[in-house]
Design a protein around this ligand. Structure first.
Ligand code: PMP
Length: 449
């Protein structure tokens, strides 16, 4: 088997996600034969360092023996069983452990099989909670500008990235959009905490005027990942928690991308010392091995559904693969690694290394900002540094960095003109040096002329 044969077969039958398929007339598709550690290898022996953890899912490297071993064991025992009316040990153990490690108060775990579904579960549960409590006017959601929560229609509606959303607008429910505390938007001399303060005032105005019709506010704690890795101060989460409590509105923390150590703590909410009413988890939950997601919530919310059947208050949401035992066993192996190894401590060192390797970019004439939260580092490319004028999107500068990366053995996948690193935690310091060197060369090339 070689690359070209597979590319031809692929392009005659597959429709790839998030892709203008015509690009593949000139942009090579890369069939991967195997993965190990941070590396992906194609059918001609070319290696690519997976600097983006395969869409932010991989935590401990590809084909990690500890996770593979656990899934193999489970595979010989029980591959899947319906989770309604039936149960199994991996789902029970995983729910116990998630309740244990997530912020206090989250005591119930509802499984689904991807991130968007976890968000939809939280939205439906919040709405349904208020109905069950007799608050039938509460039906709207508040989201932050530049947020992203998935692609299914409900999750898409509650996000704010125009590129993914605009076309489908007629299909989407209306949401209320509050300003983002995104620190890139700071004015001269303003701190990130001050931007957060400014943004929360607007949020409070919205809640003060409309709380009676609002179910919940949803946020991506600390980093708006799909929104070009924009970052904000933990103070915002603290103030938002207070505002939601004050106005009687739920807080949904979408930690699908930022959970499991990405931001420097196990969960990003910990940095603001808050507990949400709903927490959505996926991606790193299984170390990127299998599709699984979880929505955690509080006992008080669970109790609002707990009633005689005839009262029709139950949460009748289901997915065929809810709580799949193989996914749960991958997640249990993931949590074992967090328990036995000092992952967060080791990541601190890796994060410092990423910062050192990109320090030189701060003075680059086309780099507006190098920002970092834990194991996520992002480089914002601009046409004009002083005015922060973005490059016209049509120029696809980020794509040039992507191409340079592939030619030099690193999988970078810029979000527009933002180049970022979100590597698996098993990356070595030498591999960080390589990743940064190739990115810097790519940025040089992409911003020339
Ligand atoms: N929420 C956030 C914050 C995400 O980053 C993503 C995926 N990029 C999702 C939700 C959707 O998850 P999935 O792609 O598994 O549906």
């Amino acid at each position: 088997m070689d690359n070209n044969t597979l590319i031809n077969r692929d392009l005659s039958v597959l429709w790839h996600p998030c892709t203008q398929m015509k690009d593949h007339e000139w942009l090579p598709l890369i069939p991967i034969k195997r993965g190990y550690g941070v590396w992906l290898e194609d059918f001609e022996g070319h290696r690519y360092l997976d600097a983006i953890s395969s869409w932010w899912v991989n935590l401990f490297g590809h084909t990690n023996p500890r996770i593979t071993g656990r899934i193999n064991e489970q595979l010989n025992t029980l591959e899947h069983v319906i989770l309604a009316g039936f149960s199994h040990e991996p789902a029970i153990a995983l729910a116990e452990q998630l309740v244990d490690i997530t912020p206090s108060g989250l005591s119930r775990c509802f499984f689904a099989d991807n991130g968007s579904s976890a968000v939809e579960v939280a939205m439906k549960m919040s709405f349904h909670y208020w109905r069950n409590r007799g608050k039938k006017d509460k039906s709207r959601f508040v989201t932050l500008a530049n947020s992203y929560h998935g692609e299914t229609l409900g999750a898409l509606a509650i996000g704010d990235v125009a590129l993914y959303k605009e076309t489908y607008q007629p299909l989407l429910m209306e949401v209320i959009t509050a300003p983002s505390p995104d620190c890139y938007l700071r004015e001269d001399g303003e701190s990130c905490a001050e931007v957060a303060q400014r943004a929360i005032e607007e949020m409070e105005n919205i809640l003060a005027a409309q709380a009676d019709s609002i179910c919940a506010v949803i946020v991506e704690p600390l980093v708006q990942c799909a929104g070009a890795m924009r970052m904000y101060d933990p103070l915002y989460l603290k103030l938002l928690r207070q505002a939601c409590d004050h106005y009687g509105v739920h807080l949904i923390a979408d930690e699908i991308a930022v959970g499991f150590g990405r931001t420097g703590s196990l969960f990003a909410c910990e940095q603001a010392d808050i507990s949400p009413d709903f927490m959505c988890l996926s991606k790193g939950l299984t170390s990127g091995y299998l599709p699984l997601s979880a929505t955690l919530t509080r006992d008080e919310i669970y109790q609002a559904f707990y009633d005689e059947y005839e009262n029709l208050t139950a949460f009748l949401h289901s997915h065929s693969f809810t709580g799949n035992p193989l996914g749960c066993s991958a997640a249990l192996a993931t949590l074992d690694i967090f328990r036995t190894d000092d992952v967060i401590g080791a990541n601190r060192k890796l994060a410092r290394k990423m910062a050192r390797c990109t320090e030189s970019l701060k003075d680059h004439p086309h780099v507006a900002e190098v920002r970092q939260t834990g194991m996520i580092l992002a480089i914002e490319l601009v046409q004009d540094k002083t005015r922060r004028t973005p490059y016209p999107w049509q120029e696809r500068r980020g794509l040039r960095v992507y191409q340079h990366g592939l030619e030099n053995g690193v999988l970078l996948r810029p979000l527009g003109n933002v180049v970022y690193f979100m590597p698996p935690y098993v990356i070595s310091e030498e591999e960080i040096e390589l990743m940064a060197r190739v990115a810097i060369e790519g940025i040089e090339k992409a911003t020339r002329g």
